[in-house]
Design a protein around this ligand. Structure first.
Ligand code: T4K
Length: 379
């Protein structure tokens, strides 16, 4: 397909939040105004927990004000300390959550195919202080869960997934959120399913849910009893009401993402030096992001050249996850943060560009972006 690239008048950003029709939201707001129930596990909060458990195919959902608070609370819920093995190839919140819990992050490199924490490299990083593994299902692609579980079982480690990107992802019909001890979701504006801000912990049993529910509400169990040093991390009724509305439209939004992603793959697949990720046959993938990787030697231009070139055409992509978490000031002095320890993660962070993808993106932009990428290689 040959197309002369055009420059859209309005900037196209990497994502644009999906929202339900405004009239549905105003009806929901009217209910909240009437009831005056604004927070503290009100009826909408409870309804969304049940609706999400059913939609996602998971046992228990604990709603949070955002994904970062869910991560912080998950680490508290399992009473973790010492060292936790994690990936440097993620959003900073993954590592910040460890730091805020006074836990030392230990970075282990990723594998080159799907940028997941490499199970082959985990065992050599385990020390007597290691208490858990904290991998990420990066871009929503499932991490190698069976291999992690074998290691966690063998060494008696907890296993928490940062599943911020993996909303609705199923492998062989089973939600990826059912693995490990806990999984964390983000419902931020930039995510597949958003409640403006929001998040959740997925857990397997009522006992754990009860503990998490105490922890996210100051540790209160009843009116005057505090059973744990909790925090205020609750999702409010507006967020929960919005979530219930979003769920009604979610399948259509996911279908639109899949159509766009299929077109990208079709059009970018044969450009030398540009590679995309491909969902496996048995995967119901959410197309949360559309990362491409630029091999500068084969493409003839660097990743940053292409990023700037797309910007000159008014396409504002993002380089998730560059810079690598391990290169931020707070973490760069950790022994595990060195480039020698993390060669693949550093290399991938230098190659990645996430292209725009969101449900109401018009397919002509996907075709235009692909043409820009193709023509730039020749230029
Ligand atoms: N773990 C992982 C693996 C994560 O990726 C994240 C969050 C977390 C944990 C923490 O979850 P939360 O506490 O956030 O629930 C964004 C998001 O702020 C962040 O939630 C997300 N990951 C991360 C990957 O991306 P930025 O710095 O890229 O956001 P920003 O404001 O530059 O927005 C990106 C694009 O989205 C912009 O081009 C404009 C568009 N946008 C953004 C917002 C906020 C909109 O169109 N409307 C909006 O309201 O971090």
């Amino acid at each position: 397909m040959s197309l002369t690239p055009f420059r859209p008048q309005a900037p196209i950003l990497v994502t644009r939040p999906f929202l339900p029709p405004l009239e549905e939201s105003t009806a929901m707001l009217a209910e909240i105004w009437e009831s005056r129930r604004l927070s503290n596990a009100g009826p909408l909060h409870q309804q969304l927990e049940s609706a999400l458990a059913e939609y996602l195919g998971v046992p228990y959902v604990c709603l949070f004000a955002n994904g970062t608070l869910a991560l912080l609370t998950a680490l508290q819920a399992l009473r973790l300390n010492g060292e936790v093995i994690t990936t440097p190839y993620s959003f900073v919140a993954t590592t910040h959550a460890l730091w805020w819990n006074n836990i030392k992050p230990v970075f282990v490199d990723i594998e080159p195919d799907y940028c997941q924490l490499d199970p082959e490299r985990i065992e050599s990083a385990i020390t007597p202080q290691t208490t858990a593994l904290l991998p990420v299902h990066v871009y929503g692609y499932p991490a190698p869960v069976a291999a992690y579980q074998t290691i966690a079982d063998h060494y008696g480690l907890a296993l928490i997934y940062d599943a911020a990107h993996a909303f609705g992802v199923r492998q062989q019909g089973i939600s990826v959120l059912t693995h490990g001890d806990l999984s964390i979701l983000s419902f931020h504006a930039t995510k597949v399913f958003n409640t403006f801000e929001g998040g959740a912990i997925i857990c397997h049993d009522q006992r754990t849910k009860t503990r998490i529910d105490f922890l996210k509400n100051f540790g209160f169990s009843g009116e005057i009893r505090v059973v744990a040093p909790g925090i205020n991390a609750k999702m409010n009724e507006f967020q929960a009401g919005l979530g219930l509305l979003q769920l009604k439209h979610l399948d259509a939004a996911l279908a639109a993402r899949r159509t766009l992603a299929a077109r990208y793959r079709e059009l970018l697949g044969d450009i030398p030096g540009i590679s995309c990720l491909h969902p496996a046959e048995d995967l119901d993938y959410n197309e949360a992001y559309f990362p491409i990787f630029v091999d500068a030697a084969r493409y003839g231009k660097s990743r940053d050249d292409l990023y700037d070139h797309l910007k000159s055409y008014n396409y504002f992509c993002r380089r998730y996850f560059y810079p690598l978490i391990a290169s931020f000031n707070s973490y760069r002095d950790l022994p595990s943060a060195s480039a020698e320890n993390l060669p693949i993660a550093f290399a991938k962070a230098e190659q990645v560009i996430c292209l725009p993808i969101y449900p109401d993106l018009e397919v002509e932009h996907v075709e235009n972006i692909a043409a820009i990428v193709r023509n730039f290689a020749r230029g």
